[in-house]
Design a protein around this ligand. Structure first.
Ligand SMILES: Cc1cc2nc3c(=O)[nH]c(=O)nc-3n(C[C@H](O)[C@H](O)[C@H](O)COP(=O)(O)OP(=O)(O)OC[C@H]3O[C@@H](n4cnc5c(N)ncnc54)[C@H](O)[C@@H]3O)c2cc1C
Length: 317
């Protein structure tokens, strides 16, 4: 049985890939106001300033140039170039020193979904981004998208790690396979972001109920925190953060041997509290004008976010 909030979530995630709804939402006058809460701005300068503010405040950042599911080679190249420019600007502002600001890349934005040679194009583009990150003295994390891309994405991460062992991978606790993937990847130096997972997935591959996803998250946390890798605990969930903290204590993990991660604009006071307590707290900072899919996933996660959107719509009338 699926409850009302799960049904709302599934509905919104379905809409996140609808072209018709996308056109309406992008044109709605209210959308920009809502977007500003979750997205650091349209251009590189806005984003770099937001990152400078976070780093000045004791937090770390990972930056996502928004865009996904590209079916155009030129667009994939433009996305790669945006990352190259961003990394130069971050370095010029001394924000990449000791990895304070790194980047997060969606492979579908740099060509993975292209019908011809998609994986090869995505790997080439990601490799160039990794080279630029190495020059700037920082790292790259490869975001995880829907389950049809998991094997391809982990394969590309493996290829990139041959030259750039610091490339981070993302695992999603809602997938049945993830506990086993955690065991495979919890090796020396391996940077792994653990999140719940943000896409609409079928029962055949993913847990559907939130308590099952949370239980899987805890099992995966145990594997990662007991392992030799570098876990990146990406969640806003107070219960899971507390469990992570106590598991890390139990393993006598030094604060620099793992980090917490949250999204830009979500629970900022908690982000500051975690950083002030001596932990590494990294904020995922999206920017750019391709915000539709990202915004819809944030709506799906939390009815309060959807209410915020609807209220803003009503006020604008
Ligand atoms: C840094 C980062 C990177 C990510 N990368 C990926 C990725 O590559 N692939 C992917 O599929 N997903 C990614 N995600 C998204 C992730 O999978 C989840 O969809 C998202 O984080 C919501 O899950 P949650 O763990 O925060 O818990 P939720 O189940 O959404 O929330 C749990 C609890 O957290 C608290 N909470 C949540 N939001 C708020 C809020 N706005 N205000 C106050 N309290 C709140 C509430 O107590 C809530 O009950 C990423 C998330 C983060 C933080």
């Amino acid at each position: 049985m699926i409850d009302a909030s799960a049904a709302l979530r599934q509905g919104l995630l379905g809409l996140s890939r609808s072209k018709a709804v996308r056109q309406v939402i992008e044109k709605a006058p209210v959308s920009r106001d809502v977007v500003r809460r979750f997205v650091a701005g349209d251009g590189t300068a806005d984003c770099v300033q937001a990152v400078a503010d976070l780093v000045g405040d004791g937090r770390l950042a990972t930056i996502d140039f928004l865009g996904e599911d590209t079916l155009d080679v030129a667009q994939a190249s433009r996305t790669r170039d945006a990352y190259l420019t961003l990394l130069q600007e971050l370095q010029a502002r001394e924000l990449t020193a000791s990895g304070a600001a790194e980047v997060s890349v969606k492979l579908s934005a740099v060509g993975q979904a292209l019908p011809q040679d998609g994986e090869k194009i995505a790997l080439d583009n990601a490799r160039q981004i990794c080279e630029a990150a190495a020059t700037a003295g920082t790292t790259v994390t490869i975001d995880m998208e829907d389950h049809t891309t998991t094997d391809s994405t982990l394969g590309i991460v493996r290829d990139l790690r041959a030259d750039f062992p610091w490339v981070g991978a993302v695992l999603q606790a809602y997938l049945h396979r993830t506990e086993a993937d955690c065991r495979d990847l919890a090796t020396e130096g391996s940077r792994i972001r653990l999140c719940k997972g943000a896409y609409k997935e079928p029962e055949s591959v993913a847990f559907q109920e939130s308590h099952d996803v949370d239980a899987s998250y805890v099992r995966c946390l145990k594997v990662l925190l007991e392992g030799d890798g570098y876990p990146m605990i990406a969640s806003h969930d107070p219960r899971l953060i507390e469990i992570a903290r106590s598991l890390a204590d139990k393993q006598l993990r030094a604060p620099e041997s793992f980090e917490y991660q949250m999204l830009f604009g979500i629970r900022p006071d908690e982000q500051r509290r975690i950083a002030a307590a001596g932990n590494q707290m990294r904020v995922y900072v999206p920017y750019g004008d391709e915000w539709y899919g990202y915004l819809m996933r944030r709506m799906a996660e939390r009815p309060a976010n959807t209410m915020f959107f609807l209220r803003a719509l009503a006020t604008k009338g």
